[in-house]
Write a protein that binds this ligand. Structure first.
Ligand SMILES: *Cc1c(COP(=O)(O)O)cnc(C)c1O
Length: 357
């Protein structure tokens, strides 16, 4: 009999359902899934294969190595377009070509490297333009200098919104206006501005393609739970022990957690080495015996939840993420975002897929 341990279940039917929600929001624009960081911790291969079955034909990754792994995972029978957001990093061109990956140029230096390569034979690229996030992309002026260069075939012009989770933030409109101006320089290219949050900002933001990541995996576009989206990741771990703690006793390391009254704790076999963010202690929760139970401490491989007089005993599985322990709530409790909670799940080795292709 295998002893229970930390377990991640990935519900690909829920992923497919979320893809349908994004398709509806995109209203005809292509929905190109972002599967960087190994599919936000859930496995880029199984995620992308299922999304291909749902109709996805273009994907985005961050790193060159992620693109190569995704190409292998999709195989020759799924010839998707794969865009690499790190772009044309030094020495990457032969590998990009070998795996049929499209670099999205993200700096002036990369654009110059592309122009040099394009002297021999014209090359296919995407172009990231900075419209106000100040993280990646060429300026409007530097992008303008790349028009009418026969060596470069710009198939995609894109930018990224910095404040789309707040629909009322004026930065959205300012970025949209800048993007609209720069895309006019590349009329032959397809245009993409919106990620998950932007896809819900309305028709002006959709262009020809939207690039959702987090909402495919169940994260709300406004960083709070969204009833239209289903939980894809379910993280569970077993109770190891039940302990009584007297009022006035300290719990765990240091002097931070003092039992204000007598407490009954469930000690669970999961910790920050298993993707539970330590900063969630005191605010996050686990779902056990049909209710939310407050996280008291989080250590490397163990944590404690306050189960009061609930019927919880050793061996029982409790949920830290899933349909009852909501991703956006847990992220908020940890002072973080759903994206980080998900990518932490790369630490969990035991996983099973529901609805795999
Ligand atoms: C990560 C990323 C996305 C996806 O963002 P989500 O908020 O997860 O939807 C889209 N575009 C770019 C450029 C990104 O870096």
């Amino acid at each position: 009999m295998s002893l229970p341990s930390v377990r991640l279940s990935i519900d690909l039917d829920a992923l497919a359902s979320n893809y349908g929600v994004l398709r509806e929001a995109a209203d005809g624009a292509e929905v190109a899934p972002v599967v960087k960081a190994d599919g936000y911790g859930l496995g880029a291969g199984p995620v992308a294969r299922r999304l291909w079955r749902e109709g996805a034909r273009s994907f985005f990754v961050a790193r060159l190595g992620e693109g190569e792994a995704l190409r292998a995972a999709l195989g020759p029978e799924r010839p998707a377009a794969i865009h690499v957001l790190d772009g044309l990093t030094s020495g990457a061109w032969p590998r990009l070509q070998a795996a049929a990956l499209t670099p999205v140029l993200m700096s002036l230096e990369q654009a110059q490297a592309a122009l040099t390569l394009g002297k021999n034979a014209s090359i296919d690229i995407g172009l990231h333009v900075d419209t106000g996030m100040n993280r990646q992309g060429l300026s409007h002026e530097d992008a303008a200098a790349l028009t009418h260069r026969p060596g470069l075939r710009v198939g995609l012009i894109m930018s990224h919104l910095g404040s789309a989770a707040d629909p009322d933030d004026p930065r959205n409109r300012a970025q949209l206006d800048r993007f609209t101006a720069v895309r006019r320089l590349f009329p032959q290219a397809r245009a993409s501005l919106a990620a998950s949050a932007g896809a819900f900002l309305g028709p002006d933001y959709r262009f020809e393609m939207v690039r959702p990541g987090v909402s495919l995996y169940g994260g709300g576009p406004q960083e709070r739970p969204d009833a239209r989206l289903r939980a894809v990741a379910r993280l569970e771990a077993p109770v190891l022990d039940i302990r009584q703690v007297r009022a006035g006793e300290l719990i765990g390391y240091g002097s931070g957690v003092l039992a204000a009254q007598d407490m009954r704790l469930a000690i669970v076999a999961a910790g920050y080495a298993d993707g539970i963010i330590r900063a969630a202690r005191g605010k996050g929760y686990a779902w056990a015996a049909g209710a939310r139970r407050r996280l008291v401490i989080v250590t490397m491989n163990m944590l404690a939840i306050d189960v009061a007089d609930a019927a919880v005993g050793p061996g029982e599985m409790v949920e830290f993420l899933g349909p009852n322990a909501l991703l956006d709530d847990q992220a908020h409790a940890a002072g973080s975002v759903a994206h980080e909670c998900l990518t932490r799940l790369q630490a969990v080795a035991e996983r099973r897929y529901l609805g795999a292709d």
